[in-house]
Structures are given as C-alpha cells and as structure tokens.
Design a protein around this ligand. Sequence first.
Ligand code: ADP
Ligand code: MG
Length: 648
Amino acid sequence: MAATTETLEFQAETRQLLQLVIHSIYSNKDIFLRELISNASDALDKLRLESLTDPDLGVDTSDLHITLEVDKDAARTLTVRDNGIGMTRDDVVDLIGTIAKSGTAGLLAKIKEAKENKDADAASLIGQFGVGFYSAFMVADKVTLHTRRAGTAQGTVWESDGEGTYTIADADDLPVGTTVTLHLKTADSEDGLGDYLAAWKIRQIVKQYSDFIRWPIRMATTANTADSQDGSESDGAAGEPETLNSMKALWARPRPEVSEAEYHEFYRQISHDWQDPAQTIHMRAEGTFEYEALLFLPAHAPFDLFSRDTKRGVQLYVKRVFIMDDCDALMPNYLRFVKGVVDAHDLSLNVSREILQHDRQITAVRRRLVKKVLGAIKDLQATNTDAYTTLWEQFGRVIKEGLLEDRDNTDALLELVSAASTHDPEKTTTLREYVSRMKDGQNTIYYLTGENRAMVENSPHMEAFTAKGYEVLILTDPVDEVWTDQVPSFDGHRFQSIAKGQVDLDETDENSDEAKADKAQQEQDFAALLAWLQNTLAEHVKQVRLTTRLTTSPACLVGDAHDLTPTLEKMYRAMGQDLPSVKRILELNPTHPLITALREAHETKAEDHSLAEIAELVHGAALLAEGGDLPDPARFTRLLTDRLAKTL
Ligand code: ADP
Ligand code: MG
C-alpha cells in the first residue's frame, strides 16, 4: 500500500514558540528525557485503562514498559519506545503538530509584553503550557516518531527538524505504541548539551527525574552501547535489558502497605541522612487538586541550617516525574528542615517557581502541609517527650522564626515553644507548663533574654523574682529577642520582660495603704538624689528611678517596653547597622547600703566632686552585673582602684 506523505507547516505561532522552547526556556537540557518518558508513561497508563474497559481491544498488556535505545555509531540516535496507547494519524497532526494548542497566540502576546516591559521572566510564562514533546528539539536536530494506535491497523510516521515544517506519512507493520527517535546534536558543554549517547548519562538522568515512574524503564544494551565509564554495571550480556528506575514511589502507595523500614530507607535516599527521621507524615488529598505528600522531620539538624542559602528539603513531583528540589512554594522558610516529596497531579511539568509562588492551589497545599507538620510536632510533644525535646533542641531556633513569619499559626507555634526556665536548672518548659505553675493572681509570663543562661540567671533583674518565687523564662536564642517583642501574649497571658518597663511585684501581694504611704515617703526622701543622678549620668541613661525588683544589688538597668535590648542592639551593630545608642533607665535599690549612703552623702556634701565618680561607678557596676559592656573600661577601672586605695 502506498504511503501518502504530506509535508505540513507548523502554524506561525507554533513556529515562534518552538524557537523559544529550543533556545531559551531551559538552561538544563537534560529534561527532554523526562518529558518523553512522561509521555510514554501516560501512554502506558491510557492503554491499560482502555484495555480494562474495552476487552475487544486485542492488545497484550502483560509487559507494559518503556525502552531506551542508543545507537552510538552511524546514526547517533537515542530512541524512546513505549508499547502504550499510540496515536492515529489524526492524533499526530492534532497533538504533535500543534504545540501548546490552546491559546498559543495569547501566550506569545504575553511573552512579548513581558519582554518589552523587561519586568518578568518571559520564559517562565511557558510553564503554563504543555511544550513537553518539543523539548526534544533542544538536543536533536531531527526527530522521527513512529506510532500505531491500539485497536487500529495503520501506523503513522512523523518527522521534523523543528524548523518550519514536518512530514507525515502512513507506515506499515508497526507494533502498537510509539517510538520517538532523536537524531542527536553533538555534545557541547557550552550549550549545555550532554553526551546523550553515553549510558551513564542516560542512567543519571532517569535516576534523577524518572526514578519513580510506575512502569519499568529499560535500557537495551546492545554491543555498541556498552560504555567504559560505568565499569561492571554495563558488562551484562548483550541484549539483556537493564531496568533503570526503582519505580518505588512510596508516597503513591496506601499508608498501611508501607513498612516503617521502607519509609526510613526512602528517607535515607532523599535526605542522605544516615539517622532515621524523628517523624514521618504521609498524606493524600483528593478532590479538585489531588496530591500526595510524604514528609519527614529529621532527628538532627544539618550543619548549614542557618546559612543564608540552605535549601528547603521538599521536592516537587508531578505524577511521579521529578520537577524541582527545594520547592520554596510548598514549605515556609522556618520549616526548611522538613524533608520529603509532594506529588501534585494537576500541574504542568514545565511549571516554574514563579508560577508556583502565585498559584492559589499551591498556596492552599502549603497551608495544609504547614498545619500537618506543626501537628506532627505537637503529637511528638504529647507522645514522645524525648523525641520532641531533641527535635526542639535541633530545630527550635528555626521554628521560632515562624513567630515572625507566619502570623496565621502563632497560637500553634506558641504551643510548641519550649524554653529554659528558673523552675528547673536543666529541663526546659513549655508555655503551657509555665502557665500551669503561675502563682495565684499572676497573669503575666515573665521572661528575660540574654546571651546565655548563666548571664541571665545572675542578672540583677532576677533578684526580686527569685526572692518572691516567680518563675522566669530564660530566653537565649537571638530570635527570642525579636519574637518576644512582636507576640503579645500566650493563651491570654501577656509576655513581660523583667528587664523592661516598671515591674512592681509588691502590687500583687502587699498592696496595703500602709505600703503605699511608705512608698510615697521613700520617693520624697530620694527625690533630690534621683534628680542629681539623672543630671550627672545624662550621657549614659535617660532616667533614674527607684525599684522594688532588686534585693541584693544596688542598681540595675532596664528598658522601656519597646526599647531594643542590649543583645539586640549588639546584633544589629554586628550586622553593620548604624544605630544611635539606646539609653536605658537606671533603677536603684532604696534599701541597699550603698544607695542609702549615697543619698546621705548627697544631702550633706552635694558639692564633693567624688560623688559624681561614685555615680559613674554605680552605673558601671549595674552594667557589669548584667554582663554588659562598659563604655570606657579604662576609666571605670581607674575610678574603682582610686576608691579602693582610699579605703585602705
Ligand atoms: P503534554 O504531555 O503536556 O500533553 P506533550 O507535548 O508532551 O504535552 O505531548 C502532547 C500530546 O502528544 C500528549 O498529550 C499525548 O496526547 C501525545 N503524545 C506524546 N507522546 C506520546 C506517546 N509516547 N504516546 C502517545 N501519545 C503521545
Ligand atoms: Mg508531555
């Protein structure tokens, strides 16, 4: 029978788009193979489905698979073959002859506009359209396709150089299925063209992008495809096919059918972490936007958790085809330690990061995943305290960044927070536990931030709280300085820094008239001293006042509610920010002998210039007591030694 050969032109728009696909979309040309394998896999799915619904189809579906064949010598071809559904001649014209069928013109207009405005990544727009098959022209200067539709007798052959035209003809004696033959361009590292004739390269690409395709991907090793770079692996007998993919997409299997050992093995594979994960999350969403997620909470932090460009651990797949690592649209920065896979069924393989960022459905998926992860940590907290404690030690600092980034989940995050506390020298406490121990009448959660536990514990601010038995949280992570300033309360209980604002513990217990009268008297007694000190120390402090927060120290420094803490001030400076120095408030302990003596001295010999030096010493001592830095250590030391010399 005479084959009717037709030469057809691609539509003008298709031609333009084709040039774009070939020359500018992908910097990574390897992905052409993922596209062709994904098409073959779809074709196998379709055939299986059709053979189930149409028993008269008359095809053998007992060995559905994909074969890759390399002809290294004369032809320089790479062939992707499937025994799937195949296409009729009309199908080929329709499906292969027309790229990005729907809205090609519209797409081109958008791309043009984006290019003119120079504001958008024009190529990323392509991600909305299927251009899969045509990616073959990135690596081939000619593509030949042989195909026969299951249930039909006539085969079709299609061929194109990807320029302006393609030919289409009938072909006899074809098996059911599709064979795509790429006449490869020569390898060119400058152009990003790999050596797609090398078996090791094909193996590597399949492993990376198509490992979880459900059908076997076999490489036919003929005598001339054995290559020297992969040693013993390729030494199999000629003609014996090697299966390249594991097909083990655990996430696609029902949860009860997967053993813990399999989960852990899979985790090792994707994370390169030798330790088992602390928690496994496996979920499936059905409905308008179907996806499966298999996520892991690692048991320990990677060394680069805090480096600026740590990758997030969630990979995106579309129907088992690998799309991208580090899918930032699926996991917020503060959960960057979570590892795993999300397989979304209804996305284009070409979907770009930009598109994902703005996709409403992806945003909804992310919201759901975040809830799941936070829920899993909460579960761990309830059921396995040790594992939770370890997890918090490893990742708490990162999770707390969520208190700044993710206002929707503030409450859930606060439930997870664990902190050191004056309640126990070693064990940390949750906020809930803190609240359960609050004293009668206490409705504030007291905390103090600082560089380390010892400094915070020994800070003079602690004195009255310790003396009166109030528990204080000891917060020593840099991020604590920031979130405590922005999150007002937990479960209706206000957070209060004991180094900020006025703390009046007396109010909660001895609130009698008598106490009030005593206090008024005290204020009067000290008024002159306070005014003088404020003037003398104006360079260093913004106010001097009496306090009840001290029991043994003469003085301490505090801030106003929204002042930067000294640690935060230091952090900002370390980051190179130029800040005006933050003046604090000097608080005096009116019952301390040094302070009472100072008051008497000021009353009797206000003119004595050595009093000013003592004022400086009091201020310096308060700074030192909280672990702060003196403005002029040399001067402080001289004043102190002069003073000591006079006492001997
Ligand atoms: P997409 O896969 O996103 O639809 P492609 O450009 O990859 O876009 O493929 C276009 C169409 O061509 C596919 O939808 C399919 O109908 C058809 N097709 C491509 N490859 C094959 C194949 N190996 N077997 C059967 N049909 C195929
Ligand atoms: Mg495709």
